[in-house]
Design a protein around this ligand. Structure first.
Ligand SMILES: Nc1ncnc2c1ncn2[C@@H]1O[C@H](COP(=O)(O)OP(=O)(O)OP(=O)(O)O)[C@@H](O)[C@H]1O
Ligand SMILES: [Mg+2]
Length: 376
């Protein structure tokens, strides 16, 4: 599937623009603050109905306006698909080929991978961004993973509410324990499924990441491995039954449960786990130079793209927001070569007009408007 056209109304600073894209490479360039990220954010929003910048609906609508429109013309083979997403301050409506459609029905139809400075932050900072990186990748590949993440969040919320009520004495301890036991069946199952999805993805991506790192660091060696951590201990269990067994034991541990009741919140489960990305056997977060961290995340993203290719037989859309400037010459060249050799439709933003990029279409944005592109 490719995005043939996009038309935006009142989306951030993009009040009214219309662009026809190349099925391969699209460069969106311009000075800071002109609307480049906003454009790719709108495009990506349609793929999963959330902003990759974590913005709320009200942030996406132009200030002092009450609604925004994203219109896309998609092409799949020789079929045209017209998508209209109408954003209101607290809701959204989706039309596919002029038919009002529940957003869930469009799920998985438009797969889109984002690579942004935030992806790089996943290596540098705490475990939350790494969990997000992996969960997002799982949700893009397996619809069931998306459901599981959603169900887990609901179970966690319910469990936290109960623990808070026990802590505040609104439910007596004995009744509280009984209710916890009842909730925990779902909570344990969903926790095990999430961990299993994460481990499956990381295990499948590992050889490809390793191979890309080799190419990036040649002639010297570079190895990649991951270590999944729960309660500061490495996680060795891989099959679902063993994963279930361990997480059940951790969640039902009476000592930890007493702490949870005391704190009024859940401290055991996949929302507290860490995923260490090991570069030459060392924790990349602490050990690696910034350049090595960027190389590692570049390898992760490219491996993710290739995984889509093998799983679905086609590439996802790629959004590369402002990442070229983050790389040294060798990694830039690697990424540019990868982009020109792979068939994925790509949307690349940059403050530079990137004269080394050949082919595709170019669009210059200035104050939310397109200076007519010199497509080539
Ligand atoms: N809801 C909104 N309404 C109007 N303008 C907005 C809204 N949200 C953000 N903006 C403005 O839109 C402009 C474009 O932001 P955007 O992040 O797309 O810029 P950019 O071209 O990616 O810049 P950079 O190169 O710095 O990343 C900014 O000036 C920003 O302040
Ligand atoms: Mg930007």
């Amino acid at each position: 599937m490719v995005v043939d056209q996009i038309q935006l109304r009142n989306f951030r600073n993009l009040r009214d623009i219309h662009l026809c894209f190349s099925p391969k490479l699209n460069l969106i360039f311009g000075d800071n603050g002109q609307g480049k990220t906003s454009l790719v954010e709108a495009l990506h929003f349609v793929s999963g109905f959330r902003s990759f910048r974590g913005a709320k609906l009200t942030d996406l609508i132009t200030k002092n306006e009450h609604q925004a429109l994203i219109d896309l013309k998609l092409k799949e083979g020789d079929q045209d698909i017209w998508v209209r997403l109408h954003l209101f301050e607290h809701s959204k409506k989706l039309w596919i080929n002029e038919k009002l459609t529940p957003p869930g029905k469009f799920r998985g139809k438009m797969r889109c991978i984002v690579f942004s400075p935030d992806s790089i932050a996943a290596i540098k900072y705490g475990p939350e961004l790494r969990r997000e990186l992996v969960d997002e990748a799982c949700a893009q590949i397996w619809d069931e993973a998306k459901d599981t993440l959603h169900d887990f969040q609901r179970a966690l919320k319910q469990r936290n509410a109960l623990l808070r009520q026990i802590k505040e004495g609104l439910i007596d301890a004995q009744n509280g324990q009984r209710l916890l036991e009842a909730i925990d069946e779902v909570y344990v199952n969903k926790s095990a499924e999430i961990i299993h999805f994460r481990l499956r993805l990381l295990t499948d991506l590992q050889p490809q990441i390793q191979e890309i790192l080799h190419q990036l660091h040649r002639p010297s060696e570079a190895t990649f491995a991951f270590q999944y951590m729960s309660q500061e201990r490495p996680w060795m269990e891989l099959d679902l039954k063993a994963v279930h067994g361990r997480i059940e034991a951790e969640i039902k541990d009476m000592e930890r449960r007493a702490i949870e009741v005391h704190m009024g919140t859940t401290i055991t489960g996949p929302h507290r786990h860490d995923i260490k990305l090991l570069f030459n056997g060392n924790d990349s977060r602490i050990f690696c130079s910034q350049g090595q961290q960027r190389g590692l995340i570049l390898a992760f993203k490219i491996a993710e793209i290739m995984y889509h290719r093998t799983t679905f037989g086609s590439y996802p859309l790629l959004v590369l927001d402002d990442v070229l400037s983050e790389f040294d010459e060798k990694k830039r060249r690697y990424l540019i070569n990868f982009l020109s050799s792979c068939e994925a439709q790509t949307f690349l933003t940059s403050t530079d007009s990137e004269s080394s990029l050949i082919g595709g279409s170019r669009f210059e944005l200035s104050a939310g408007r397109v200076n007519d592109g010199n497509s080539n």
